[in-house]
Design a protein around this ligand. Structure first.
Ligand code: BT5
Length: 326
């Protein structure tokens, strides 16, 4: 794409202005065509100095998601190898599923500026206004069906580690896979198997992080927060996406080496509420006990009066004794 070639050229000369004539010769396009592309790049959020005499200089890349910028900051081998960015989608998971059925490769990602019908688990609504990181990754890992649930554990660890690395934020994991800051949910994960897992072994991993928008954009029926709310400035969504994918790739590689116990320990180190009294809601039933940890498959282990019991994420909900997030 000419637009991207112009960017490569400008990025290679950060300290100087590149003349329209030089770009025109090097890329074999007219100066009018270059001007048109520069205009589009500016609309996409690139800060480009344009002087009739001296030519062009790239001053700043956009903080919003942009395929070219993301490619520059990605450090992964396979995750993000193909990027599908759409300004608005119903759900990135739905689009990724569709692409997976059409043969998308392992690591292909789908990103949306906003989602009109973002989904949580059990068909719950996931609010996805502009400014968030709404991303799905097509995974065809070398793992069995039984190990699929471990991928969401790995994703939780990856999100915590990337937010710590980039912004020094202490994010905790609330079982099974909510990411919370001071009790308020900042990110969620939705893992979905495509077709018959045994036959095709494809998992769509949806990751949603509330980033560059204030808390008011979210419904007040739940306790949520955003990075903007915490940091009070907007961050580069491309850097964040690249950071999450880097940590996710690392965790997936260790999962494929069957390092399950390492993952369980890492998850536990980042979890909140371990050793505390919790309530498990299963339909009308309330079971009280102490949160002892998770099994190798991510099931919650609860110490009750009648002994230790384990619960899988699909069947129960967890609450602190006060009825709030712990
Ligand atoms: C989740 O579900 O936490 C999984 C969220 C996954 C979203 C990503 S975005 C990219 C991809 N495409 C999709 O369509 N989905 C994935 P769950 O644990 O069921 O939590 C859902 C609950 O969180 C809702 O019922 C609300 O109470 C609350 N909630 C909804 N939107 C929220 C938001 N933006 N931030 C914090 N909490 C929210």
């Amino acid at each position: 794409m000419v637009r991207h070639d112009i960017l490569y050229l400008l990025a290679a000369h950060p300290e100087e202005n590149v003349s329209g004539e030089r770009i025109s010769q090097q890329l074999n396009v007219t100066r009018a065509a270059i001007w048109k592309q520069i205009k589009i790049l500016k609309e996409e959020g690139f800060d480009i100095e344009a002087q009739t005499k001296n030519g062009y200089r790239l001053l700043k890349t956009p903080l919003s998601l942009n395929e070219w910028v993301l490619k520059q900051v990605l450090s992964t081998h396979s995750l993000g190898c193909v990027i599908d960015f759409v300004e608005e989608l119903s759900s990135t998971n739905d689009r990724a599923k569709e692409l997976a059925r059409q043969g998308a490769v392992h690591g292909q990602i789908v990103l949306a500026g906003r989602q009109s019908s973002g989904r949580g688990r059990l068909q719950r609504q996931w609010e996805s206004p502009k400014g968030g990181l709404w991303m799905s990754v097509v995974l065809r890992p070398n793992l069995s069906l039984a190990d699929a649930s471990k991928i969401t554990l790995a994703a939780s660890v990856a999100i915590v580690d990337s937010l710590k690395e980039l912004f020094q934020l202490p994010i905790g994991i609330k079982w099974p896979n909510d990411l919370v800051f001071k009790g308020q949910k900042i990110a969620g994960i939705l893992g979905e198997v495509v077709g018959e897992w045994n036959a095709v072994q494809t998992l769509i991993l949806g990751i949603g992080i509330n980033v560059n928008f204030p808390r008011e954009r979210l419904n007040n029926t739940f306790t949520g927060t955003t990075l903007y709310e915490i940091l009070r400035y907007e961050v580069d969504l491309n850097l964040l996406a690249a950071g999450v994918l880097k940590h996710l790739e690392k965790e997936l590689m260790s999962l494929e080496k069957k390092e399950f116990e390492e993952l369980r320990l890492k998850w536990s180190e980042r979890a909140i509420g371990l050793g505390e009294g919790v309530r498990i809601l299963r339909g009308d039933q309330v079971i009280e006990g102490v949160f002892k940890g998770i099994s190798i498959d991510g099931a919650l282990l609860l110490e009750t009066e009648g002994g230790e019991r384990s619960f899988s994420a699909g069947e129960v909900q967890l609450r602190s004794k006060q009825g709030t997030y712990f």
